[in-house]
Ligand binder design. Sequence first.
Ligand code: PLP
Length: 460
Amino acid sequence: MNNPASIARTVGDTPQGGTVLGFYAPKGAPRPPRIARGEGIFLWDADGRRYLDATAGAVVANIGHGNPRVLAAMTEQAAKVSFAYPRFFESEHNIALADRVCALAGEGFDRAFFVSGGSEANEAALKLARQYAVVTGQGSRSKVISRDPSYHGSTLGALAVTGDANTLELYGPMIRAMPKVPAPLSYRVPQGHTAASHEMACADELEQAILREGPETVLAFILEPIGGLSTGAVVSSPAYFERVRQICDRHGVLVIYDEIMSGAGRTGAFLAAHHWPAARPDLVTLAKGLAAGYTPLGCLLAPDRIVDAVAGSGGFVHGHTYFTNPLSCAVAHAVVDEVIRQDLVTRARERGELLMARLRDIAARSPIVGDVRGKGLLTAIEIVADKSTRRQLPASFNAPARLTGHGLKRGIALYNRRANLGAFGDFQMITPPLTISESEIDTLAELLETSLADLADEIA
Ligand code: PLP
């Protein structure tokens, strides 16, 4: 019978039938806890078990769960109008949100283009850069150099610039994979290098790649200023960013910062780019923390000179049905208001220092935590088999996934994805909501340390 009640029963009764998880694991595989509700930095499953959300979902829930002001803004806008196509109608909150975000982003970021997520924001950045080159008489420029390892999203354009051998092996034949240069690492630097000399060598490899490809063919260089699951929160020095900027200026190459994870206040500045003011990028992409998980939203920030050149030549040849939609913009506007009202950017900086101190204490006691790094509340720990040699655990062991499993049993939600099959280290992001209190940081540290001890026992 095809009536709604029987459909609902069939879907609900079939293990993973009709759910997105059915695309990740075969039917009958163990299922994760079922989420029931969230409040502040905590989540509860359908069985009433509580989890401290130590990674803000996937580095998303910056203002915590269940914020009443954001929920009120959401229902208010939904009751007024939840959708109107932005090519035909502008919306109050789109304008207000763009003004707010551009003001927070500061000089050089005059215009904001809103989409539905991070991958879409990067697609928009790549296409705006290309269109700008064409309308300014540089039509030979189409290559976008990126770093290895890196993560820029799941759509095919974003994958072309993602430095992940695993996904490129699978999808590479479907796309034009773009040239890659090494991303500087800090814990696993190549032999004969210090972290500082390695950074400079990486920057120089960018210039060599531009020269090799032909500078007149290179459109842009895209990088995560502080990586997430690609490098595990590696923070490079100002000298690296400044050298990258100089090289790109020398060859007329645009610099794009993918701040989908690092932006919206997470690192203790609204943009991570603000930490290196002498090396400002041309374009920045945001998502995740900008609407903090209350609605899907991504954003491309651009200067007037680029947007006006494109807009004056017929307009940006790009768009999605849901770009700039009024509901997402109203919700993100309320989220950004909360970031300002609670001064969460400063909070991220201060609480980040406390969290890093706790993580360093844990590393000093734990036999398997080899490194602690990050900025603000974008931090990571690296798990090793041997701290003195920095030897990794076997790939087949998949330490981050196991740690996540132990965490769930202990009541702490962690976020892992074994980027590049662990080729650059096994790390776990520790990125709680920016609203986390000092005592909640202590609770996080206790739960994490117990989960790490469970993992260490499993290894021993
Ligand atoms: N870029 C970075 C640095 C990310 O961390 C992510 C997501 O994790 C993306 C892009 C893709 O964003 P989305 O998953 O919203 O498409």
